[in-house]
Design a protein around this ligand. Sequence first.
Ligand code: SF4
Length: 251
Amino acid sequence: MHSGIVFDIKELTVYDGPGLNVAVFFKGCPLRCWWCHNPEGLELGYTKSQNGIIGTEYTSKDLVHVLEQYVPIQRRLGGSLIFSGGEPLMQHAFLVDTLTRLRSNIVLDTCGYADEEVFHSILPLVNLVYFDLKLLDDVAHIYYTSKSNQPILKNIMWLEKCGVPVIIRTPLIPKITDTLPNLREIARIVGSLPNVTRWELMHYNPFTRSKYEALNMICPYQETTQSEIDIPYLEMNGILCDKVEVLRIGG
Ligand code: SF4
């Protein structure tokens, strides 16, 4: 049996859909996005903060036991178990072990940066994928997230081959991700993949700055202004996408 480290389990209201949605946040992320809203989840192991140690170790059996309490309500009212992070694929063996023991509607919330074999192996175990597409210019992607977007682009194409439903999410970071060339390119990918059911543009939430302070970290992204992107502006600029939705929550 595998074990892993989780930094939060919570009932969510930010994900669409009726019923009870519960998210499990796995520690560890391969990216370092300047605007990251979950800095406490970046490191794979435990993290020291002013409020104590962040992270709880679970065996997959114990985690399933915690999550199973939500399953009867989800069967009655709908809802999903969402595996998020950090990047849940960073603890691949623990994730697989957990998912194979669960009988529920499973959502994987991923940045898409993972080895092909790791990514492919998880898809038969999930019902829906939330997939982040932040920047299509690779130089900018490396600069703002610390890694190339090439594995991410390969993995998103694989999702189409598998036919897994996908919701693409793009954080709207002023002058970084919310530029017209970037959004145009992402819209092209959204339009070309029939299994993408929605494209969510997520406004940046500057109020996560206090998390960095508690971790004695400096947030690399210091701007507090919000993107002005909205659907009329996208349409005026020829980005027509019937799947787009603009969300004013952190991202
Ligand atoms: S992918 Fe998500 S969790 Fe990872 S650094 Fe970027 S915003 Fe943070």
